[in-house]
Design a protein. Structure first.
Length: 211
């Protein structure tokens, strides 16, 4: 089997460990909402959200280091990431456990990035890799929101959790918005390269090769 064929088999796989983790993460979001609103147990909801945030980085690590990347994973993982942000942050915002301004700043940023990503894909842009600033910002925010929720709970270290939430959340928010700003020139380049690649492919299909 050639390297190209092997890569095709690898990327076409559906049942991989990262994909299973991603699907479980999506399936646990209703449980988070149930704990938060039906059970009114902020501590357990915060713990579950923290675990889900960890799995967001775990599935990517496994995919890269154990060669389990897949086409399905490239679609599922971003969907799960955005769902985790919107459901997690949105739920905590509705619960009143996080300052409104902070949560809105995060959700607006995520909505803008998600909308831009969809628009670029429809326009034929190539995929844009996540920057270090984006990864760092996302990590900090995924830590901050469970801490805000813990800070509003009845656990003994609630005051410490709220302080840590601000200490981690503010740098995370700055990094996230800075990464969004950096995506502007990257998006323009990706759009130009994507259109050029599609144009080149179309030209090759129209012009027959020499015998």
């Amino acid at each position: 089997m050639t390297d190209t064929a092997a890569d095709q088999v690898r990327t076409d796989r559906i049942l991989t460990v990262p994909n299973v983790i991603t699907i479980v993460r999506l399936a646990m979001l209703p449980v988070f909402l149930w704990l938060l609103f039906a059970q009114e147990d902020r501590a357990k909801a915060a713990a579950l959200l923290a675990v889900l945030g960890i799995t967001d980085f775990l599935d990517g690590y496994i995919a890269r280091h154990f060669h389990q990347e897949s086409d399905l994973g490239k679609i599922l993982d971003p969907i799960a990431d955005k769902a985790l942000f919107f459901v997690g942050a949105g739920g905590i915002l509705i619960d009143g456990s996080v300052p409104v301004g902070f949560a809105v700043a995060v959700l607006v940023r995520e909505a803008l990035v998600a909308g831009a990503t969809i628009a670029l894909a429809m326009l034929g842009a190539r995929r844009i890799d996540v920057t270090w600033f984006g990864k760092a910002g996302t990590f900090c925010l995924m830590v901050a929101f469970p801490l805000f929720l813990t800070g509003a709970s009845t656990v003994g270290w609630a005051d410490t959790a709220e302080t840590l939430a601000w200490m981690i959340g503010i740098p995370g928010l700055v990094l996230a918005w800075y990464a969004a700003w950096l995506y502007v020139p990257l998006a323009r380049q990706a759009l130009a390269e994507g259109r050029a690649a599609h144009g080149s492919a179309g030209a090759d299909a129209e012009v027959p090769s020499a015998p």
